[in-house]
Design a binder for this molecule. Sequence first.
Ligand code: NAD
Length: 482
Amino acid sequence: MQQLQNYINGEFISPISDEWIDNYDPSKGEVYSKIPRSKQEDVELAFDAAKQAFPEWSNTTLEERSKVLLKIANLLQQKLVDFAKAESKDNGKPLSLALNIDIPRAISNFEFYAHALTQFGSESHESVGKNTINFTLRKPIGVVGCISPWNLPLYLFSWKIAPALAAGNCVVAKPSEITPMTAYLLSEICIEAGLPKGVLNIVHGLGNEVGQAIVEHPQIKAISFTGGTKTGEHLARTAAPMFKKLSLELGGKNPNLIFADCDYEQMLQTTVKSSFANQGQICLCGSRIFVEESIYEKFKADFIAETEKLKVGVPSEASSDLGAVVSETHMKKILGYIANANQQEAKILTGGKRVEVKDHEHGYYLEPTIIEVQSNRCQLNQEEIFGPVVTIIPFKTEEQALAMANDVRYGLSATVWTSNLDRAMRLSNDLEAGIVWVNTWLNRDLRTPFGGIKDSGVGREGGFEALRFFTEPKNVCIQYKR
Ligand code: NAD
């Protein structure tokens, strides 16, 4: 059975403890590889390597750093199919999704920051009367920590690593222990691309061991984290007394506001995607659907019909619209929410059950599920389920839709479907979310700030925001004689 290795100081090494964790193929419910169960001592090795590499890496020219990042992107492009297959097997997502979204986006992340770093400027302020000029130096922080989740494994891992390296930092990174494979394969590519040893170190293991050791490390001064809100709270508590810089991209419970004046067909097709893409395991999925009363019954019938056309199946088959959810624990959690629906006067309109897929009977497959709820205050509308489960509820007025959309602890994204420009502008202003999509969904321009408000996180990724996060600004004030 394949044993993944840590990537520390440019080399593949086993965890010092020689302990290993089972890695599952969710499409079969079977262990198919082992990953290092690293500990604090392995993080220490990675930190030492990163610290040693930092002076030289931070002094490379922008062009040198840009070239290495582009080389990584090119090598990923050459191995796109292998990476997509590995991602699909490790995560359970349809191969088509990994081929068209996950890996291409990981490539774009490296390409984007290879270019962005050459365009990144800083401010200067001239005070003519006082004969002074202020300018801002942006220095890399040193050794930084990057911790990512399982839902978009390489996509989100590279979304952190690329800007951290571009800004001149050295990195100790931890992918999710549930989906470690493509991060491991990325280490091979980094070696091939000639990334100097120690610049990037990938330590595999459990969150409360490796992740915790990274966050607790007194000399790792910035942490970029994507994951659950509860973990984010814990991280913040640990890191705050050490005054670490924190970027936290956390959970969501995104509203989807559908008005009668929208382009109905486009809305319907996109809503099916925003509900069930990646088995609903995208932090940006619209899981609370609010529909204007006058089209509610029509939407309900059409949405159920379109959802029932979706095929749940083996991730590697081109005909599968949904693959398996990521783990047995996660599947049980989702089924638990569905089982509670009755107690909340909610009605399952379609789905709600586990699917048995031929020759993959132990895989973690679930039907795409639509639940009609009576109130936005119910558990199904207030807690993040993070699976192929959405709720629908009618509204009478724009004010009522807005109030329900905002009545939740999260604030990651929101989607509005309307052809009324005034309404689109009003809601874009008033929705409590880091991203508002109008008549579109998951339409991402990497230059834009990405992140949430309320309990969906602190800070922004994307564009120059990430380069700002991964650098320390230093003001220099010079007075000169005339
Ligand atoms: P998680 O919080 O369980 O784990 C995320 C990462 O943190 C993993 O690598 C895990 O090992 C690590 N971790 C766990 N405990 C830790 C600790 N004590 N110290 C340091 N690291 C620790 O989240 P998950 O289940 O992997 O991912 C799903 C969650 O991620 C969902 O809530 C989803 O909404 C969220 N998410 C958010 C975004 C966003 O951009 N806002 C994107 C994707 C996923």
